[in-house]
Design a protein around this ligand. Sequence first.
Ligand SMILES: NC(=O)c1ccc[n+]([C@@H]2O[C@H](COP(=O)([O-])OP(=O)(O)OC[C@H]3O[C@@H](n4cnc5c(N)ncnc54)[C@H](OP(=O)(O)O)[C@@H]3O)[C@@H](O)[C@H]2O)c1
Length: 251
Amino acid sequence: MSKLNGKIAVVTGGNSGIGYASAKELKSEGATVVITGRNSEKVEKAAQELGVKGIVADVESILAIEDLVEQVKKEFGKVDVLFVNAGIFQAAPIGQITEEMFDHQMGINFKGAFFTTEKFLPILNDGASIINLGSINAYTGMPNTAVYAASKAALNSYTRTAATELAPRKIRVNSVNPGPVSTPIYSKTGMEEEQLNGFAEALQNRIPLKRFGQPEDIAKLVSFLASDDASFITGSEYNIDGGIIINPLLS
Ligand SMILES: NC(=O)c1ccc[n+]([C@@H]2O[C@H](COP(=O)([O-])OP(=O)(O)OC[C@H]3O[C@@H](n4cnc5c(N)ncnc54)[C@H](OP(=O)(O)O)[C@@H]3O)[C@@H](O)[C@H]2O)c1
């Protein structure tokens, strides 16, 4: 029997990368899936490919999140799996970080993620699973990631508090911290292709398993945490990174 039969799952940022692969995996395990994203064409295309419901909602807008919740409530009632995945990566060195850059990245990766749970809470079933997409950058001092890393560290901190506060409703809250994963997120940074290739090669050499993760690697973990197989797991973080965080100086 599929392990998510009868469950309703919402995946934010589900039109691309890790969210897309996770929506596919959750569906293959029997869940009814809703994906969201900020671009209507992309959301529509992905929803059609995946055979799931697509709803446009920019998580930088609280009103848009409230509207999303209303739409999901109207069509599906209550939610069992909330994958808080939407995020961006913008690199900049300390000393050149503008307020706009700070607000935009924090606004999506932390404030947007925070208020996604806040607003979905009334329509989450008791026993639901919330999965926050963090990053191993929450723990590393990688150059040019000051805002990004802080946004993910803040989200992982929130995971622990939320896990404690929502435990009386048996709602589990966990974080997934990927290392480098092959997704379009890097090409959206505005870096030149040559620069991106150099960056990817340098990173790959530092990963003990000598490869980038694939979105499907992360999707399997998300699907496990969403399921009743993980019913005793809450407030935890899972690094899924080919070992880079334990061996950053491997040559
Ligand atoms: N790839 C990695 O190496 C890596 C490592 C660690 C953590 N992560 C995290 O993994 C998550 C997914 O990233 P990914 O690598 O799969 O990148 P991706 O392919 O760019 O996917 C990100 C998704 O989030 C959506 N999104 C961005 N801003 C949004 C907003 N304001 N409102 C709604 N949706 C928004 C994107 O929409 P558009 O398609 O319109 O941009 C896209 O659907 C992010 O939280 C990222 O920080 C990624």
